[in-house]
Design a protein around this ligand. Sequence first.
Ligand code: SF4
Length: 212
Amino acid sequence: MELERVIEIMEREGEKRKAPVLTLKQHLTTPFMTLVFVLLSARTKDETTSEATDRLFRVVDSPSQLMNLSKDKIEKLIYPVGFYRVKAGKLRELGKVLAEMYNSDVPETFEELIKLPGIGRKSANVVLAHAFNKPAIGVDTHVHRISNRLGLVKTSKPIDTERKLNSIVADNLKVKLNRAFVAFGQSVCKPVKPLCTQCPLAGKCPKIHVKK
Ligand code: SF4
């Protein structure tokens, strides 16, 4: 099956089953919000990240405002996201770097994004795709797991999945891939007990590493 069709099916299933990632549009309105959202989202459920981002953006609207908040205040606003103390510190640093080095804009290259406090490869790629519509694939646990189950890649590390997907996926699909795979991973192809008997891809999927 063509990957384009697979992505369409994943998006449709995610919408039908109300996958949390598809309810987050309000956090993707500016590159700065997207950047803060992805920083907060590591090891945290989308619903929790969403609420924390809402609370934070009721108080801050710019990198300089973020930089000028106390770490204690940020911790209170973003709690209970995972590692909220570490992330509060990273957010302050992030605000300072953006305000002082980028004139309060978010940089648009992978090389610059990856150097920002609290931003790793996955986050940088998600920001490129979601905030700037650039062909980049953020490989998180859902993308890594589902790509292997479907047999698109045969990898044990997310970095290898990212490299392989980048070599086989067309640019116009890279932008959509993370969101579709995450939605599908949250709602159908779950980490534990994927819903294979209800899955519209079951007939084509080799179900690699899925326990019977
Ligand atoms: S058949 Fe099972 S393993 Fe394959 S994509 Fe569907 S839910 Fe995932």
